[in-house]
Design a protein around this ligand. Structure first.
Ligand code: SF4
Length: 453
């Protein structure tokens, strides 16, 4: 298995730390034939916008594109549940020949009348880009008729990488910003950007900031609401999580409204605490905020430390592989795994940039494999060669882990428990511990095969 060859065209996107000077290629289109783990542009925009719970989300395209539903990425809402419904114009051969604009307009009219959303997002898919439907014109017409924002999302799947989908989503989101009154927005306030509330994380994080005495004007987009996004330009600071998804919006808001932003991560003890301290430091005129922050961090860490230390005893020396969407998440995961006594032997991402990969290789030990835009074969090869005990990834990485007969932790779409925040760190440690120490792996054919060799 270790003799599995790598495609020549992929070699520049794979680096083994310590083998040669670091120079990784990244940010390019996936290599044909490589069966990339990366999602399409449309998927990228959907990840960002779908958690807005009181908006209508209509996919203009064939029904297959709409298969990526709430069931796959179940962003939680504390109120409306409209985002859980997956609507599609279901374009057929006839529409491809004669155009789908009329069908789109009729679908929007019907859905807006029936569900009375606060806004509607219309996602363009590959075929719409090919046949050239004027989605923006249909949206403008419907907006004038129905009196709600109807926003085109220019997310034709083929036109770039998942990261271009983030940008398309931010362009649409930006059209909502600035539409509401900022009367009730405090000068001590923030927006949380890039937190999608898949397992309820947004609620945990929001509660920390509110306990500190900082108003959270909007969360974009976990448990998101159109009206809250509308007044988000009144916040004093944007707090951006994740590598790239909402950084585009933070940049646009900085340019248009002068809102500064900081980048944070809510994964692991160190990064979670830093996220709170960094926000507190932005309000030096209110020293009581920093005082409260210290108290929160102390209490939260004390509550989880004894169990974490117990878990660590079993995990000490185990080896982990990480493959995630954005590299920023990988930074925090490496720290969290190191805290649990584990060693990272493989780390990669779908959308990392040169700077991200440089940071990753600085954080890793010699011999660690660093991958950009990997495929299942490469991931399997290095999991075996590095003898990993755990794989952290998302829905597409799960079968790879199970076929290899190693533990798996879903840190993406399908998780049902929050893995962010201090409580999330404990949940993460429990999940990693349960999976890595499960007796089931000894019966897996891949593991049996290894032993027989
Ligand atoms: S690549 Fe194109 S056809 Fe496939 S899901 Fe994305 S938008 Fe749809």
């Amino acid at each position: 298995m270790s003799s599995i060859p790598i495609l020549k065209a992929r070699e520049a996107q794979i680096h083994t730390k310590g083998e040669k000077p670091f120079d990784m290629t990244c940010g390019k289109h996936s290599v044909a034939g490589s069966v990339s783990q990366r999602a399409c542009v449309f998927c990228g925009s959907r990840v960002v916008l779908y958690p807005i719970a009181d908006a209508l989300h209509l996919i203009h395209g064939p029904i297959g594109c709409a298969a990526y539903t709430w069931d796959i990425r179940g962003a939680l809402s504390s109120g409306p549940q409209l985002h859980r419904l997956s609507f599609s114009t279901d374009l057929r051969e006839r529409d491809v020949i004669f155009g789908g604009e009329k069908k789109l307009e009729a679908a929007l009219d019907e859905l807006i009348d029936q569900y009375k959303p606060k806004a509607a997002f219309v996602y363009s898919t590959c075929i719409v880009g090919i046949i050239g439907d004027d989605v923006a014109a249909v949206c403008r017409k419907t907006q004038a008729k129905k009196g709600i924002p109807v926003l085109p999302v220019h997310s034709e799947g083929f036109k770039g990488t998942k990261k271009d989908g983030y940008k398309a989503a931010c362009d649409a989101l930006f059209k909502l910003v600035g539409k509401g009154s900022t009367e009730d927005v405090s000068p001590v306030s923030i927006n949380i950007l890039g937190e999608f509330n898949i397992g309820g994380e947004a609620w945990i994080i929001k509660e920390y900031y509110e306990r500190m005495g900082v108003q959270v004007v909007s969360v974009m987009t976990g448990d998101g609401r159109v009206d809250e996004i509308g007044k988000s330009h009144g916040a004093a600071l944007n707090v951006v999580q994740c590598s790239g998804a909402l950084t585009f919006l933070a940049e646009m808001m900085k340019e248009e409204y002068g809102t500064p932003y900081i980048r944070v991560s809510y994964i692991g003890i160190d990064d979670m605490a830093k996220s709170l301290y960094d926000v507190a430091a932005r309000f030096p005129d209110n020293p009581e905020i920093m005082e409260r922050t210290r108290k929160i961090v102390r209490e939260e860490v004390e509550a989880i430390l004894p169990e974490l230390n117990e878990i660590r005893k079993d995990l000490e020396g185990k080896k982990a592989a990480i493959y995630v969407g954005g590299a920023f998440k990988a930074f925090s995961l490496i720290k969290a795994l190191n805290y649990l006594g584990m060693k990272v032997v493989l780390v990669g991402s779908q959308t990392g940039n040169k700077e991200d990969y440089k940071t990753l290789q600085e954080m890793c030990d010699d011999g660690t494999i660093i991958l950009d835009d990997a495929n299942p074969l490469e991931l399997s090869k290095y999991i075996i060669e590095k003898d990993a005990d755990l794989f952290i990834g998302g829905v597409k990485e799960r079968p790879i882990a199970f076929k290899m007969g190693i533990g798996f932790c879903d840190h993406n779409h399908e998780r049902k428990i929050p893995l962010a925040g201090f409580r999330g760190m404990l949940a993460f440690a429990r999940e990693v511990h349960t999976s890595v120490t499960s007796p089931v792996w000894q019966f897996c054919p891949a593991r049996l095969g290894n032993k027989e060799e």
